[in-house]
Unconditional design. Structure first.
Length: 447
C-alpha cells in the first residue's frame, strides 16, 4: 500500500511557544481571572456554611440589638408561591360588558338544522344497442337511500324557564327538517317549532326541560337560564350594544361589541329562499356574522333590545336587528292563543312624501294613499275586507289610525301591528277633498 504525505504540512518551520511573550502574558492573565472568580465562590460557600452552622449564636448576638433573623428552615424549605392575579377590567364599560357576557351567554343557544337528503349513486349506460364496436358510456345517477346531513344553522336565546326560544324565521324554514339545540355547556335538545311570524323575520321554538331526581326521590323539571327582555322604544344612536351568537355556525357564543348606528331603518332582506321587506329595524356596527342570525342584541344592563337578523354583504360591519318590542307581541300571542296572528284592513297603499304628493297632485304630504298595482291581483281594496265594508275606495288617503299620524317614518303597517284582530279602530280619512272618521273592526290576516 502506498501512502502519500502532504509535504507542505510537515515541512513547516518549528515554532517556539515559550519564547512568545505576548502569548504567555495572555495565558497568565486568563488564569488570574479564573483564580479570582474561584476565590470569591469559595468565600461565598464558606460564608453560607458558617452562617448556617453558627445561626443560633448569630441570632442571639443580633437580638441584643433588636434585630431578628428569619427562621432558617423557612428560608430553606418555604416554596416559592406563584400568585395568579385575576383580570381587573380597565374601564367601567369593559366591566359591564364582561358581566353581561358572563351572565347571559348560558341562555344563548346554537341551532343546528339536519335533514334526510338523498344519496346519489353514479352508474354508466351505453347509448347504443350494440356496444361491442363503440366503447362509449354515459354517466347516470340514481338514488341509493338517504343520509342525515346538516343543512343549516343559526342562533337563538331562551326566553322562558320552560324552554321557549326566540330566533329568526329564516333559520328554521327547512321543511321536513330536524332542529337541534345546543346549549353553552354542551347539552343537546331536540326542538319543536311553535310558530313562524308571517310578517316579521321571527320564530319561536320549544325544548323540553330535563327531569332531575332529588335526594328524596322527587322528580322535578330543571329550569333553563333565561335572558331578560328590555324595551326597544327608547333606544339612542351611539348606545353601546353587545351581539352574541353562533358565528359561521361553528364558533358558538361569539361576542362582538359596537354601537347603535341608526334607528327606524327599512331593509329588504333575502336568505333561506325568502325575500322580504322589514321595517323599523335597528342598525348596528357590532359584527353580525353568518350564523349569528337569531342571536340577541343586548344593552349594557344585559337586557335584550333586538334580535340579530341581517347584515349587508360586502360592507364593513353594517348589521340589522329587529326591535325586541315586536318580538314580545309574538311571545304573548303564543302564550295566550298558541299562534301568531296579525290584524288586517285590506288596502294596498303607498306612503306619501314630496315626490308622491307632486306625482298625484295631492293636498297633503303625509298619509297612506290607497292605489292599485300593475298586476290584476293587486287590487286597491281587498274584496270582503274591513276596508270594503267601511266604504273605502281607491284614491282615498288614510291620514291617521287611532289619532296616530301615518308618515314615511311611521307607516300604516308599523302602526297596525300594535293591535289585534277584532280590535275596533278609528281611521282619519281624506276622501274627495273632505276629511272624515271611519270606524272599522280589524280582521285576521291570512297566510
Amino acid at each position: 500500500m502506498m501512502v502519500f504525505y502532504n509535504k507542505n504540512m510537515y515541512d513547516l518551520p518549528k515554532y517556539n511557544f515559550l519564547k512568545d511573550k505576548q502569548k504567555r502574558k495572555k495565558i497568565i492573565s486568563n488564569f488570574s481571572i479564573i483564580f479570582v472568580l474561584l476565590f470569591f465562590v469559595l468565600i461565598f460557600l464558606l460564608g453560607s456554611f458558617l452562617t448556617v452552622y453558627y445561626y443560633n449564636d448569630l441570632k442571639d448576638f443580633l437580638s441584643e440589638f433588636n434585630i431578628e433573623l428569619p427562621e432558617i428552615r423557612t428560608i430553606i424549605q418555604e416554596p416559592v408561591k406563584i400568585v395568579k392575579k385575576e383580570y381587573v377590567p380597565q374601564t367601567s364599560q369593559e366591566e359591564k360588558i364582561i358581566e353581561v357576557v358572563e351572565k347571559y351567554s348560558p341562555a344563548v343557544v346554537s341551532i343546528i338544522v339536519t335533514k334526510d337528503v338523498p344519496v346519489l349513486e353514479e352508474y354508466y349506460i351505453s347509448p347504443f344497442d350494440d356496444d361491442w364496436f363503440f366503447d362509449f358510456k354515459v354517466p347516470q345517477y340514481r338514488q341509493k337511500g338517504t343520509e342525515k346531513k346538516e343543512v343549516g344553522g343559526g342562533s337563538g336565546f331562551i326566553i322562558s324557564q320552560e324552554g321557549m326560544i326566540l330566533t329568526n324565521k329564516h333559520v328554521i324554514l327547512e321543511e321536513d327538517a330536524d332542529y337541534t339545540i345546543f346549549t353553552n355547556d354542551g347539552r343537546e335538545f331536540p326542538a319543536k317549532v311553535l310558530a313562524q311570524d308571517p310578517v316579521q323575520d321571527l320564530a319561536i321554538l320549544k325544548i323540553d326541560q330535563e327531569m332531575i331526581t332529588d335526594s328524596n326521590g322527587n322528580v322535578n323539571a330543571q329550569p333553563f337560564i333565561t335572558v331578560e327582555l328590555g324595551d326597544s322604544s327608547n333606544l339612542q344612536i351611539g348606545q353601546t350594544v353587545i351581539a352574541i351568537g353562533n358565528a359561521l355556525g361553528e364558533f358558538k357564543n361569539t361576542v362582538s361589541v359596537g354601537v347603535i348606528s341608526g334607528l327606524g331603518r327599512t331593509i329588504t332582506a333575502s336568505g333561506g329562499g325568502i325575500v322580504e321587506t322589514i321595517e323599523d329595524v335597528i342598525q348596528t356596527d357590532a359584527a353580525i356574522n353568518a350564523g349569528n342570525s337569531g342571536g340577541p342584541l343586548l344593552n349594557l344592563r344585559g337586557e335584550v333590545i333586538g334580535i340579530n337578523t341581517a347584515t349587508v354583504v360586502g360592507a364593513q360591519n353594517i348589521g340589522f336587528a329587529i326591535p325586541i318590542n315586536k318580538a314580545e307581541r309574538d311571545v304573548e300571542q303564543i302564550k295566550d292563543i298558541g299562534r301568531i296572528v296579525y290584524p288586517f284592513i285590506g288596502v294596498r297603499y303607498v306612503l306619501i312624501n314630496e315626490v308622491v304628493k307632486k306625482e298625484y297632485k295631492l293636498e297633503v304630504d303625509y298619509g297612506a294613499l290607497i292605489v292599485s298595482g300593475e298586476n290584476y291581483d293587486e287590487q286597491a281594496i281587498s274584496p270582503g275586507s274591513p276596508a270594503e265594508e267601511a266604504g273605502l275606495k281607491e284614491g282615498d288617503i288614510i291620514l291617521e289610525l287611532n289619532n296616530e299620524r301615518i308618515t314615511t317614518e311611521n307607516s300604516l303597517a308599523n302602526i297596525i301591528v300594535k293591535y289585534n284582530p277584532e280590535d275596533k279602530v278609528k281611521l282619519r280619512v281624506l276622501s274627495d277633498e273632505e276629511e272624515k272618521d271611519v270606524w272599522i273592526v280589524l280582521a285576521e290576516r291570512e297566510e
